[in-house]
Write a protein that binds this ligand. Structure first.
Ligand code: FSO
Ligand code: SF4
Length: 554
C-alpha cells in the first residue's frame, strides 16, 4: 500500500506516506490496494463517459456510482476490504456499460469509436481478493513516480484528492435529489485527465482549479438539497449535555440519515443526539421540529473512541470520520452509506429499526446532566438577514475585521493554534467558523458586538459555501473585491473534502489563505512555491503574530 492523502499521513525524515501493513488511520494494505483498483476502474469509466457526453449520451447511474465509489475511499470512511471486492465488480459493470454507450453514440454520429488506452483498457478484474491484490500494481497514485518525478505525481494527487472531495459533497446532495450536470461533466473530465496520465504541470494545475469551481457547484447543490429538504437554518441554541433516558448518537454529515433515524424513533421515548459534524442539523427547522432531537453529545471525530465508549446507547456513523471501533462499543455501533468496517453492522436501505431496538435494549442516561448550550445556525440567509447591521458596524468601526477560522479537526498537536487564534482575536473582530475544528473553541463565550454574537457558527465544512456567499455579498455592498474585505481565512485541513474546499477558494481568486496544521505531504516544495506565488497561501505560524499580520494587511 501507499497512501498520503490526509494530514495524519506517516512522516519521518526518511519517508513520507503510509506504507507497510497499515496506515496511521488503521486502513490495512489490502483495503488501500483495493481502493486504488476501484479508483482506476472509475477512471476508465470516466474516459468513456467523458467522450459519450461530448456526443450527447450520458449514464446517470454510472455517474452516481462514481460519486459513491470515490466517497468510500476518503480518509476514515470505509475500511472493509470485502466491500471493495464487491464495489470493484460493480465498477467493471459500469465501465462496460459506459464503453458500450460511447461506442453506440460514436457510431450513431458516423464516427469510428476511439480505442482507448490507459485505465479504460484496464484488466477484467479478478472476482476474489487475492486475484485483485495481484492486479493492484497497475493502479495507485505513485506508480509512475520514477519516470515522472514527485512534482507531477504530487499534482496528480492534488487532482485525485480534490476530486474525492467533490464526489463526497455531490453524493450528499444527490441522495437528497440535487444533481448538476456541471458536476458530472467536471468529474468525468478529471477522470479522463487522470486516466491519460498527464506529465505536465500546467494542465494539472488547470484541472485542480476546474475541480475547485466544480466543488463550488457541489456545495451550492448540497446547500439547496439541505435547505429544500429541511428548511433554512436559523440561529438555534443547542443543548450540549445529555438528558435522562434512552439514547442514540448519530455522527458523520448525512442529514438524510439523521432524518430517517428521527422518523424511526418517533414516539418511542428515545432521545437522538448529534455528534461531530451533525451539530448543525439542529438549526434546520424540519429537523429541530422533532422534539426527541435532544442535543449534541461530544465533540470532533478524533475523540470518538473515548466518547463512544461512554455513550449508553447505539451509535450510527453516517459518513466520515470513523476510527477503529473499540471492544467497549463494537457491538453497538452501526455504519451507513459509504462507511464500513469489517464485522460492524451496516444499515441497508435506511432501515434504522434495529438501531431503535438497540437503543431500547441499552440503559441510556441515568440522569440529566447540567444544562449547557451553544448557539449555531448562522448560514448565509441568517447572516445576510442582518447584513445591514453588519455593514453599519463595519462602517462605524465597531467591527474591525472578520476571521474565518474553519475546517477539520484532528489529533495533531499543532491544532491548538486554532484555539489560540479564536481566543486572541481582538474584541472588535468577528470570528466565523465551520467544520469540526470549531469544537476547540465553540463552548467559550466570545461576547457580542452590539446585537451580533462575535462567534458565528456557519455549519459543516461544506457550508464554506455560506461563507463565500456572505463574503461575495459584503464585497458587493462595499463595492470592493473579496480580497479587499477586512476578512482573513484561517483554514485547518485533515482530509480530501477540505482539499476540495481549498481548491474552491483558489479557483474563486481568494488569496492569502493560511493553511495548517501542516501542509499536505503530496505537495512538493516546488508545488508549495507555486501556491505561494500564485495564491499567496501561507502556512500557519504563531497565532498572535498571524492575527497581527492579518490586521496590519487589512
Ligand atoms: Fe471534520 Fe471529518 Fe467536515 Fe472532514 S468530521 S474532518 S473535512 O470529515 O468533513 O469537518
Ligand atoms: Fe495514511 Fe491518511 Fe491514507 Fe490513512 S488516509 S492510510 S492515515 S494517508
Amino acid at each position: 500500500m501507499f497512501c498520503y492523502q490526509c494530514e495524519q499521513t506517516f512522516r519521518s525524515e526518511a519517508a513520507t506516506g503510509c506504507a507497510g501493513p497499515k496506515g496511521m488511520c488503521g486502513k490495512d494494505a489490502a483495503t488501500a490496494d483495493l481502493q486504488d483498483v476501484l479508483l482506476h476502474l472509475c477512471e476508465g469509466t470516466g474516459q468513456y463517459l467523458h467522450r459519450a457526453r461530448a456526443l450527447g449520451a450520458t449514464d446517470a447511474e454510472a455517474d452516481r456510482f462514481i460519486l459513491f465509489a470515490f466517497f468510500t475511499t476518503l480518509t476514515n470512511v470505509n475500511f472493509n476490504a470485502g466491500k471493495f471486492v464487491v464495489l470493484i465488480q460493480e465498477a467493471a459493470g459500469h465501465r462496460d456499460r459506459a464503453k458500450a454507450l460511447y461506442e453506440k453514440a460514436a457510431t450513431a454520429a458516423g464516427k469510428a469509436p476511439e480505442r482507448l488506452a490507459g485505465a479504460a483498457a484496464f484488466f477484467r478484474p479478478a472476482t476474489d481478493m487475492q486475484g485483485l491484490l495481484a492486479q493492484a500494481g497497475e493502479a495507485g497514485v505513485r506508480k509512475d513516480v520514477e519516470s515522472l518525478g514527485e512534482d507531477v505525481i504530487g499534482l496528480r494527487s492534488l487532482v485525485l484528492y480534490g476530486l474525492k472531495g467533490v464526489c463526497a459533497y455531490a453524493h450528499h446532495a444527490e441522495v437528497l435529489g440535487q444533481e448538476r450536470d456541471a458536476i458530472y461533466e467536471a468529474v468525468e473530465h478529471a477522470l479522463d485527465l487522470l486516466a491519460s496520465e498527464p506529465t505536465e504541470i500546467a494542465p494539472l494545475l488547470d484541472e485542480a482549479l476546474a475541480l475547485g469551481r466544480a466543488n463550488f457547484v457541489a456545495m451550492e447543490a448540497l446547500d439547496a438539497a439541505n435547505t429544500r429538504s429541511f428548511g433554512t437554518p436559523a440561529p438555534t441554541q443547542v443543548r450540549m449535555t445529555p438528558l435522562k433516558g434512552k439514547a442514540i448518537l448519530v455522527s458523520g454529515h448525512d442529514l438524510k440519515d439523521l432524518a430517517a433515524i428521527l422518523e424511526a424513533t418517533k414516539g418511542k421515548g428515545i432521545n437522538v443526539y448529534t455528534h461531530g459534524e451533525l451539530l448543525p442539523a439542529h438549526s434546520y427547522p424540519k429537523l429541530k421540529a422533532y422534539p426527541h432531537l435532544a442535543g449534541n453529545y461530544g465533540g470532533a471525530w478524533q475523540d470518538q473512541q473515548r466518547e463512544f465508549a461512554e455513550f449508553p446507547g447505539p451509535i450510527v456513523m453516517t459518513s466520515n470520520c470513523l476510527i477503529e471501533p473499540q471492544p467497549r462499543y463494537r457491538n453497538r455501533i452501526f455504519t451507513a452509506g459509504p462507511v464500513g468496517w469489517a464485522g460492524i453492522r451496516h444499515i441497508e436501505n435506511a432501515d434504522f429499526s434495529q438501531v431503535a431496538q438497540a437503543a431500547l435494549a441499552l440503559p441510556g442516561f441515568a440522569e440529566d446532566a447540567p444544562e449547557e448550550r451553544v448557539t449555531i445556525g448562522f448560514g448565509h440567509d441568517a447572516v445576510l438577514g442582518v447584513a445591514d447591521k453588519v455593514i453599519e458596524a463595519v462602517k462605524a468601526g465597531a467591527i474591525r475585521h472578520f476571521f474565518l477560522v474553519g475546517g477539520c479537526d484532528g489529533a495533531a498537536p499543532g491544532r491548538n493554534y486554532y484555539t489560540d487564534f479564536a481566543e486572541h482575536a481582538p474584541q472588535d473582530t468577528m470570528v466565523l467558523t465551520l467544520g469540526c475544528g470549531k469544537y476547540r473553541f465553540n463552548r467559550r463565550d466570545f461576547g457580542s458586538i452590539g446585537e451580533l454574537p462575535r462567534l458565528l457558527d456557519m455549519g459543516q465544512c461544506n457550508d464554506a459555501y455560506s461563507a463565500l456567499v456572505v463574503a461575495t455579498k459584503l464585497a458587493e455592498a462595499f463595492g470592493v473585491g473579496v480580497n479587499e474585505l477586512p476578512l482573513s481565512l484561517i483554514v485547518s485541513w485533515f482530509e480530501q473534502k477540505a482539499a476540495a474546499v481549498l481548491l474552491t477558494l483558489l479557483a474563486l481568486g481568494v488569496r492569502n489563505v493560511r493553511l495548517g496544521p501542516t501542509l499536505p505531504a503530496f505537495l512538493t516544495p516546488t508545488l508549495v512555491n507555486v501556491l505561494v506565488e500564485k495564491f499567496g497561501i501561507a502556512p500557519i505560524g504563531d497565532a498572535k503574530a498571524d492575527i497581527e499580520a492579518s490586521l496590519a494587511h487589512a
